[in-house]
Design a protein around this ligand. Sequence first.
Ligand code: NAD
Ligand code: UDP
Length: 312
Amino acid sequence: MFRKRVLITGGAGFIGSHLCRELLKNNCDVLCLDNFFTGKKENVADLIAHPYFELVRHDVIEPYYAEVDEIYNLACPASPIHYQSDPVKTVKTNVLGSVNMLNLALRNKAKILQASTSEIYGDPEIDLQHEEYWGRVNPIGIRSCYDEGKRCAETLFFDYHREHNVNIKVVRIFNTYGPYMRPDDGRVVSNFIVQALKGNDLTVYGDGSQTRSFCYISDLVTGIIKMMSHNDKFTGPINLGNPEPINMLGLADKIIELTGRKLKIVFAPLPSDDPKQRQPDISKARKELNWSATVKLEEGLKETINYFKKIL
Ligand code: NAD
Ligand code: UDP
């Protein structure tokens, strides 16, 4: 049987581990590359014995060579506390990592997908962010290593496409959550769930009026794979996310309710440059990929809470 040889950078992370699992189900030969900065071997431990799965410790800021047909470039810490812990490294991962993976795609004539982010829109002035919006990003702030790193990665993808005809795909992922997030990941969904399950107060940053739109992991992975297998002429960028916004106070209330605990909400300072609002316009994904998120927030949160109950 023909098996596509697929490389996934950041494959031992939260999204990457789900993607590895799904691509193995689709009969791909999966090569997972990770430096284990935020990813963990445990996330893919169930795949190690699979005959078409390989796990390699490698840092994408160094070149890498293998014969592959497709590359999913996910390597990069995604949680603010982790990407800000070594911001220079975050920029290198995004920029040098993208150059190395694009060169690999060029040598192999492989198709390459970039995991970009809603963060490239920065702190947006428009309620619903569509792909033509150029964003409002602070180039020198504490989030810039991630936001600008990802923007530069998009630039590199489109320049390799224009200059070298590399077959590229760019997806802009909005806040995604689900099982296999680390308890100490630091992002809001895992923080609130871990706090609630431990019987601690939930820490809302700022006044909690800022909004995010949360997409469940299974929906996101379906969207990413659909984009990779879609018509080669369609490069994106394309937004992938759940267009239902909720504010952080509302999210805290929902998690308190779903865990059935009597807990308080406490307020902590809002980190600088924290976006006030975020909601994806997914018309393009609906039209081009016939994709939209299907898992309701409450349903996804219940699954995620059950996962954390098991691992804590
Ligand atoms: P994660 O931190 O769980 O996963 C990132 C993975 O990349 C980890 O396994 C980490 O060890 C690995 N990594 C980091 N730097 C590396 C390097 N230099 N070399 C090799 N491996 C390296 O985060 P995630 O949520 O799974 O995010 C995966 C990708 O999706 C990231 O590129 C992120 O920017 C993007 N993204 C995620 C979200 C989200 O809500 N989860 C939203 C937008 C974009
Ligand atoms: N947040 C919060 N409490 C936490 C962690 C985060 O109120 O314990 C807020 C954070 O300030 C932001 C929102 O939740 O406004 C989403 O944060 P996250 O780090 O999950 O994602 P991002 O800011 O990258 O969208």
